[in-house]
Design a protein. Sequence first.
Length: 127
Amino acid sequence: MSGEDKAMGFFGSNLDSLRAFEQLKKYINDICPNAVISVQGSLLAFRTSAGFAYVSLPVQGGSPVLFNLAVTNRKKINSERIEKVVQTAPGSKSYVYHIGIRSIDDIDGEIKSLIRQSYEYSKLHYA
């Protein structure tokens, strides 16, 4: 997966965030070995022809969130873990779902399913 060196620098000395990110990256590499990591300012993007998973650091210092994960989907998703939903454009049927990752254990079956759906959505709609 290219872009890994820049991704490692993204987390600085925050080893807990880096360990959780490594778990996320391992899963993404399993479903999409040709994914590329790009660093865009304060955002890491996993992408092929289009982005499908995005990582950002919490804005506030001392936050219990290791990093924020955003995924896209065309369908409405209901989950208590989703902290924020943003419609990509007025009238659009695409949504971005924001999830706070608080521990490595948060990268579980539900999160993996959301990432896989986002990846599949990106292949169908942006290839």
